[in-house]
Design a protein around this ligand. Sequence first.
Ligand SMILES: [Ca+2]
Ligand SMILES: [Ca+2]
Length: 90
Amino acid sequence: MRLSSASCREIVSNVDRHGYNNMFIGLNDIKCEGTFVWEDGTSINSGYSHWKKKQPDNSHNEDCVEILNNNEWNDVSCHEELLVLCERLG
Ligand SMILES: [Ca+2]
Ligand SMILES: [Ca+2]
């Protein structure tokens, strides 16, 4: 499905209204469950991480990571981020 920028704006305002205004931070465990790496393949095991309490929980096989309003991290489904969809429209 291709969205016009008008419908993209509509999605974004819906997202804002529901409080889902979080962004992906380029971290995922797609290749190896439980081992999170940055987009360039760097592991976070020895570096900085800032998980929210009880995260990552891999609920419903969540493999991408979003940053929350308070700068804490949560793993989320890679397919549920509307803001990234809008970003791709340029
Ligand atoms: Ca996962
Ligand atoms: Ca999670």
